[in-house]
Design a binder for this molecule. Structure first.
Ligand code: AMP
Length: 453
């Protein structure tokens, strides 16, 4: 299938071609026809599947069919949970509307109100907005939504997680009842199901991969003492020459601290966390995209929706709280048919969530131990908010130096004992690839005191 079969405006087709899209992704194949027919759509698709273009293409196509107005009126409103996601959607919209008269503007917090007010007064066809700031503008009478024909709620599950439901309901009360509504979500918890029943009319449901991660991602779990996580991460990163690395931590404090540790250890690293100004966040993201930073350390909230297509490795420095969050995190790798790897540093406390993740992905996470890593290194400095008890009691045996009974391993479970780590689990092998020898000895192997400091 190619894009010609959607009967799109030639200008739009040219813009699609300029972006290098040769064939529609599965979510685009499924969603574009019903959206183009004007139907409501419930789209179950994770980030990285091409869902943005799946809703933008038919919306833009319809706008291109309409007569040009002197001052554009808002026809499509796209609501997204974070400013990064809103910005990415707006960027995609501007790319797809090049050399047309379609105008896209963004509305989100953390930046001055007045330029957005001016943009709203100048008029736009497509508004991409975060809920809170949009309500501010609505409250001040800056937004005329009476001509709206299409509403998109993107990453609806995240909007719920972030407590935006009351805001969404308020926004809905300002929209025309006669409209097309598209709801996109990576997961379908009860709250989303109820919202869908409430606001969608006879929707077409399109679903890609449910909430399971892309097949192009391989997984590995590294049992390790909590206080050795940083040293192990340094070993992993040092062993992989190529590819960008997105590291997730539980708190913004840890993200900042860890990025600093990586930087001091000689890596081009930065952090994306809630304490940054909008300008700093953008600089971190741009630097990661263009390769100025190879490693980005982020919290879940800060990283929501970030669109970085070339992430080779996602590392769960701290395991996420839910299997869905695991899926979201590793959605940043293996995108658009590229292969990627998901690495999780796990401690004894993580076993319940690991089992839940294994149920979701339908296979065990292969446990990997590193031959050249000193799992028995003395406790030097503990991560400030790491679990108190080290996972391996000193002298009680650690991975790599005792056959059988490896921490975190289950009976009968196959394990890898690898010299190297990144790169050893090939997609398609179920993550159980043979360990490869690493061309260089681990820079930080057995040197946790300096690397963890
Ligand atoms: P999304 O899931 O919308 O965040 O898209 C993920 C990435 O896939 C983005 O970088 C898009 O530019 C890219 N993409 C979207 N559609 C296609 C396509 N048909 N072919 C190749 N890449 C695409």
């Amino acid at each position: 299938m190619n894009f010609d079969s959607f009967d799109l405006n030639p200008r739009l087709l040219a813009n699609v071609a300029a972006l290098g899209y040769t064939a529609p992704t599965p979510i685009q194949e499924q969603a574009i026809p019903p959206v183009a027919l004007g139907r409501d759509v419930m789209g179950l698709a994770q980030t990285g599947t091409g869902k943005t273009a799946a809703f933008l293409l038919p919306i833009i196509n319809k706008l291109l069919d309409a007569p040009i107005e002197a001052r554009p009126k808002i026809k499509a409103l796209i609501v997204a949970p974070t400013r990064e996601l809103a910005q990415q959607i707006a960027d995609a919209s501007r790319d797809l509307t090049r050399q047309t008269k379609i105008r896209t503007i963004t509305i989100y917090g953390g930046v001055a109100l007045s330029p957005q007010t001016r943009n709203l007064h100048a008029g736009a066809h497509i508004v991409v907005a975060c809920p809170g700031r949009l309500l501010d503008h609505i409250g001040q009478g800056h937004v005329d939504l009476t001509n709206l024909t299409t509403l998109v709620l993107d990453e609806a599950d995240h909007m719920f997680d972030m407590g935006f439901l009351p805001d969404i309901k308020k926004i809905l009360s300002h929209l025309p009842k006669e409209r097309q509504t598209l709801l996109f979500s990576a997961t379908m918890p009860g709250d989303i199901r109820r919202l869908a029943q409430e606001i969608l009319r006879n929707p077409a449901t399109v679903s890609i991969g449910r909430s399971a991660p892309a097949d192009t991602v391989s997984h590995a779990a590294y049992p390790v003492r909590a206080d050795l996580k940083t040293a192990l991460l340094l070993n992993l990163i040092g062993g992989a020459k190529d590819g960008s690395v997105l590291v997730f931590t539980r708190t913004k404090h840890r993200a900042k601290r860890l990025a600093g540790q990586l930087e001091r250890a000689g890596h081009k690293a930065t952090s994306l966390q809630g304490n940054l100004s909008q300008r700093q966040r953008q600089a971190a993201l741009d630097g990661f995209r263009d390769g100025a930073f190879r490693v980005l350390v982020a919290t879940d909230i800060a990283a929501r929706g970030i669109d970085v297509t070339r992430v080779a490795h996602v590392v769960n420095y701290d395991i996420p709280d839910t299997p869905e969050a695991y899926t979201h995190r590793i959605g940043r790798t293996g995108r658009a048919e590229r292969t990627g790897q998901a690495h999780s540093l796990i401690t004894g406390e993580d076993m319940a969530i690991i089992r839940a993740i294994e149920r979701l992905i339908g296979k065990p996470l292969p446990r990997v131990t590193l031959e050249d890593f000193d799992y028995d290194a003395p406790v030097t400095e503990r991560d400030v908010d790491a679990p108190r008890a080290p996972f391996y009691p000193r002298g009680a045996g650690a991975p790599g130096n005792r056959a059988g009974a490896r921490p975190g391993a289950r009976q009968g479970e196959r394990q890898n004992t690898g010299r190297s780590s990144f790169g050893q689990n090939r997609p398609g092998s179920g993550g159980q690839g043979r360990p490869q020898s690493r061309p260089q000895s681990g820079r930080y192997a057995g040197n946790s005191s300096s690397s963890a400091a």
